[in-house]
Write a protein that binds this ligand. Structure first.
Ligand SMILES: [Zn+2]
Ligand SMILES: [Zn+2]
Length: 342
């Protein structure tokens, strides 16, 4: 029989149907045999092609040599753009619309065309995190921006066809409904208990232990109780902070190896899987509150999201997070025994 579990942060339910399950290592796909090049003449993100992208809004110069290490540019096909005050219009009470004002940016993570994030160094990942933070901090001061979402689509199944490593940022003039919903759940928990739901959740996962992948002094990595997809992974800070924009430079440096090793372990375990990750933060006006904890959610795209998920909002996964987390602990034990603290 399958199990239906509730996600404590959204109250949504997930079906875990392990009977049609594969074993953890069955998800590993064959690595692509063609190794892509460090430079691609037709790639708009490769060095020397800066003129073929919109003018950059942020840059980190490469500490060695000339050139850049990370660039941020407006998305050429931006979903949201412009500096005007967003106007709302109502053609009747059921036909509400507003101007698509906001920002949609691309973070070009490296000048090297085939340097995918799981294979970067800690320093390279830290630079990408610095870019995220710099842009969040710049956009949160814009009074029109209510919410900033950072995400990464890696591979075609995750929604990108551009191979050059990049992440995206979307700043919206409204708080998205799904974000509002999770926030309301978190406020309800705070009203009931006086505590942050997410800090409670992290503490409960640490205590349960069975879904933990790794702990450091600053971060906890685990496969959540109601995982939406096989190998869903969360990286959460131990110290309460609502927004990624509030993270200190010291914590960014501590996050870089945790993110790298987590992505590397998934890369090794699953054969460079397509994945999305999302950096979740509180809506800007609620950053100072105690309800929400920023965290990174990694969603490997090993299975298709289809009609049932779209129709119900309920995910069906074929793997217990306890099983996948145990597999990852073993994986990390094999690969990363050089540092017993991780
Ligand atoms: Zn490129
Ligand atoms: Zn908290």
């Amino acid at each position: 029989m399958s199990i239906i579990r509730q996600d404590a942060t959204t109250k949504a339910w997930v079906i875990i149907a392990t009977e049609r399950a594969k074993r953890p290592h069955d998800f590993k796909k064959a690595m692509a045999t063609h190794a892509s090049a460090t430079y691609e003449a037709s790639c708009p993100f490769c060095p020397g092609h800066e003129m073929s992208t919109p003018p950059e809004v942020w840059r980190l110069s490469h500490p060695q040599g000339t050139g850049w290490a990370v660039r941020v540019i407006p998305n050429k096909f931006a979903a949201l753009a412009g500096a005007a005050e967003p106007q709302r219009r109502e053609a009747g009470p059921l036909f509400r619309e507003m101007d698509g004002v906001g920002a949609h940016e691309v973070i070009i993570e490296t000048p090297v065309h085939n340097r995918v994030m799981p294979l970067m160094t800690d320093v390279e990942i830290e630079r990408v995190l610095q870019a995220y933070q710099a842009r969040v901090q710049a956009l949160r001061t814009d009074p029109r921006v209510r919410y900033v979402l950072i995400f990464k689509n890696h591979g075609e199944q995750a929604g990108t066809s551009l191979e050059h490593p990049h992440s995206q940022l979307v700043a919206t003039p409204i708080a998205p409904l799904q974000v509002r919903r999770t926030y309301e759940v978190a406020i309800g928990h705070y009203d009931d208990t006086g505590r942050c739901l997410y800090c409670d959740l992290v503490a409960a996962e640490v205590e349960a232990g069975v879904r933990l992948v790794r702990q450091t002094a600053d971060f906890v990595v685990f496969h959540p109780f109601a995982s939406h997809v096989p190998f869903e992974t969360w990286i959460a800070p131990r110290r309460h902070q609502s927004s990624f924009g509030q993270v200190s430079r010291h914590e960014l440096a501590a996050l870089a190896p945790v993110l790298r090793e987590t992505l590397r372990a998934l890369y090794d375990a699953l054969g460079n899987p397509d994945f999305n990750y999302i950096v979740h933060s509180a809506p800007i006006e609620d950053e100072s509150k105690h309800y929400y904890l920023w965290h990174i959610q990694i969603l490997p795209r090993l299975t298709m999201i289809a009609g049932f998920e779209l129709g119900s909002g309920m995910f069906i996964t074929t793997m217990l997070p306890e099983t996948s987390a145990a597999f990852m602990r073993e994986m990390i034990g094999q690969e990363m025994t050089h540092d017993g603290t991780r």
